[in-house]
Design a protein around this ligand. Structure first.
Ligand SMILES: [Zn+2]
Length: 195
């Protein structure tokens, strides 16, 4: 009989995105072979993450012990530019280009059929309020994935942003459709975002 604790841990790995049951078992057996020091570090970091996790009240990027993230509170960032991304990983990808100096807004995903995506609708409402109230914003860059499934979200956002008198960039140039932001090569992405 397979140990019930092993099964429970494998179930957790299995619920991670892009991880299947086979990989989950591999991860478990890899983990049990690591040094105790590593295992404790793993646990303590995750414990800290759980205890101190917050979300930036302006851009919704996860933060630790802060209400406003280090990007939104950085006085040197260009507050007239707002780049809208679907996912946190897209923000990381754009930051890693080291070219964009404006601010961000993280939607938290995409509006997909058959999925309850109230969180995204809520965030769009918050985005609208921000555009009404934040007079510093002059330019919007819509950096959603270049995929078919991003189209309904893109459409809703274009409708929302068109209500405001703002400079509005929808990157297209050079990017083949079907591209997730994180898989586009940095040079192409820089060019598309006009950074
Ligand atoms: Zn922020």
């Amino acid at each position: 009989m397979i140990n019930p604790l092993f099964k429970k841990i494998v179930e957790i790995f299995d619920s991670f995105p892009d991880i299947g049951p086979r990989q989950s078992w591999r991860l478990l057996f890899w983990f049990v072979k690591q040094e105790v020091k590593f295992k404790n570090k793993f646990l303590s970091y995750f414990q800290l993450l759980i205890e101190k996790l917050n979300f930036c009240q302006k851009c919704f990027m996860p933060t630790i012990e802060e209400n406003i993230c280090s990007i939104c509170s950085d006085p040197d960032r260009n507050k007239s530019k707002l780049c809208i991304v679907a996912r946190e990983t897209d923000l990381i990808t754009i930051e890693n280009l080291k070219k964009y100096r404006g601010l961000y807004f993280v939607l938290g995903g995409l509006i997909l059929p058959f999925e309850n995506k109230n969180i995204i609708k809520e965030r769009m409402k918050i985005l609208e309020d921000r555009l009404i109230n934040d007079r510093q914003i002059k330019e919007i860059i819509l950096a959603l994935p270049f995929t078919k499934e991003a189209e309904p979200t893109k459409k809703d956002l274009i409708k929302l942003i068109s209500k405001f008198n703002l400079k509005f960039k929808i990157p297209r140039r050079g990017i083949p459709t079907g591209g997730e932001i994180e898989f586009i090569d940095p040079e192409t992405l820089k060019e598309a975002l006009e950074l």
